[in-house]
Design a protein around this ligand. Structure first.
Ligand code: FDA
Length: 392
């Protein structure tokens, strides 16, 4: 029995059914894999060709290695290609479906149901027990039993879409620890003057290097919004961010700023600093930066002192802003934290506390970066689990 008919649950169910096992997938939603439908702006960014364990956040950074090594992005591409679907690389190794995301869902559902898998939707899950060597699950459509139970009910992000903490409740019940959960791949919110300023800049975007907490620098686009900061760079940083920490932003990544400014000073000494900033940034952002305390926005660049030029480069390369929070579960693409990997086998996803119980996909404390990594984890953990069950 598989709880959760999302990406991981259906993919695991299909592999089990294909091996002739009798498999039931239960889901409380009206339609399966709704997150696949809305993913990648409707084109499902289904994997990333650069996937390695380094693209995931977990208390145990080694945990994902085994499953990821045994099921690569190209393995999933093979499956997609056999289905007659095509894809393109958008940026940074991100593979998007040329067809709509629904085509991936149809593939997942048919792969599961054709070999005899049964998908029961709109089914609420109640009490779960393990006795006499079997799992007993109370559901809104009556009790069900199975000798193996795969939990694939995902994380807490987007409750409106049916996200629930069921996986964590089941894990706790059978003795597992939960790594504290938090919304990840989520926009930042600000208050006061910064919120007002960002709201004025809403819609403006620029390339930055952004970093939070112990995370790496992400060289991606940042977007100003009515509430704060978003765009891929901010979503990536959010996964590493903790409350009251600043986000560190380099607004001029890779640019030899002082050299550029000195060249401009020679060529156009009477140009104002605001105008010079306007050669690098959208006009509204240039005006905002020029208004920062300590920067002489209306001064001619030919008259800038060394100290003023230093202040400018430091301000642009080391801009630190402290969000008041994130947009939370309402818009977070994933859940960071989750079922502690210490209680699971990295080879099989099986519980170390109760043989026959498995956890796969987003509910596990393995959180991918933005860009197809989370689906790759869903496929790879599903395959590891199914392989273990079918080889028994
Ligand atoms: P998933 O959430 O897919 O499935 C869980 C299933 O369990 C759901 O069908 C749900 O209805 C069911 N369920 C939950 N609680 C239940 C309960 N109590 N009883 C019964 N059923 C229950 N990733 C990526 O790699 N590329 C991308 O392009 C995107 N884009 C994206 C956009 C948006 C807006 C979001 C919210 C997320 C993404 N993601 C993504 C992340 C990706 O969608 C996510 O990591 C995977 O769907 C996780 O797969 P799972 O199968 O683990 O959970």
């Amino acid at each position: 029995m598989v709880l959760g008919g999302g990406a991981a649950g259906l993919y695991c169910g299909a592999r089990l059914a294909e091996h002739g096992l009798s498999v039931l997938v239960l889901d409380h939603a009206r339609r399966p894999a709704e997150k696949v439908r809305i993913s990648g702006g409707g084109r499902c960014n289904f994997t990333n060709i650069h996937t390695s364990a380094a693209n995931f956040v977990s208390q145990n950074p080694h945990f994902a290695k085994s499953a990821l090594a045994r099921y690569s992005p190209w393995d999933f591409c093979d499956r997609v290609a056999k289905r007659g679907l095509t894809w393109h690389e958008k940026t940074l190794g991100q593979l998007f479906c040329d067809q709509k995301s629904g085509a991936i869902i149809d593939m997942l559902v048919e792969d599961f149901t054709k070999p005899g898998g049964e998908l029961r939707l709109e089914t609420s899950i109640g009490e779960i027990d393990h006795r006499d060597g079997r799992f007993h699950v109370g559901t809104s459509n009556g009790p069900v039993t199975a000798d193996r139970l795969v939990v694939a009910t995902g994380g807490l992000s987007i409750p409106k879409m049916g996200a629930s903490g069921l996986a964590y409740d089941i894990a706790r019940k059978f003795g597992h620890d939960i790594e504290p959960t938090r919304p990840a791949l989520v926009p930042f919110m600000f208050s006061g003057d910064l919120k007002d300023a960002f709201s004025d800049l809403s819609g403006v975007s620029c390339m930055v290097d952004a970093k939070a907490g112990t995370g790496p620098d992400f060289h991606e686009a940042m977007l100003f919004t009515h509430r704060g900061l978003s765009g891929p760079a901010m979503l990536q940083a959010s996964t590493y961010w903790r409350e009251s920490q600043p986000v560190e932003i380099d607004l001029a990544p890779g640019a030899p700023l002082l050299d550029n400014l000195n060249e401009a000073r020679k060529a156009k000494p009477r140009m104002t600093l605001t105008s010079w900033l306007g050669t690098r940034f959208p006009a509204r952002l240039a005006q905002f930066v020029a208004s920062w305390p300590g920067l002489p926005g209306d001064k001619q660049i030919g008259q800038l002192s060394n100290a003023e030029m230093d202040a400018l480069t430091t301000a642009l390369k080391n801009w630190k802003v402290t969000p008041v929070g994130t947009e939370g579960w309402r818009t977070a693409e994933v859940t960071a934290g989750g079922i502690d990997t210490g209680g699971l086998s990295s080879q099989t996803m099986e519980s170390k506390h109760l043989p026959g119980l498995y956890f796969i996909g987003e509910c596990v404390d393995v959180t991918g970066w933005l860009g197809g990594y989370n689906f790759q984890w869903a496929w790879a953990s599903a395959v590891a689990c199914a392989a273990a069950i079918t080889n028994r």
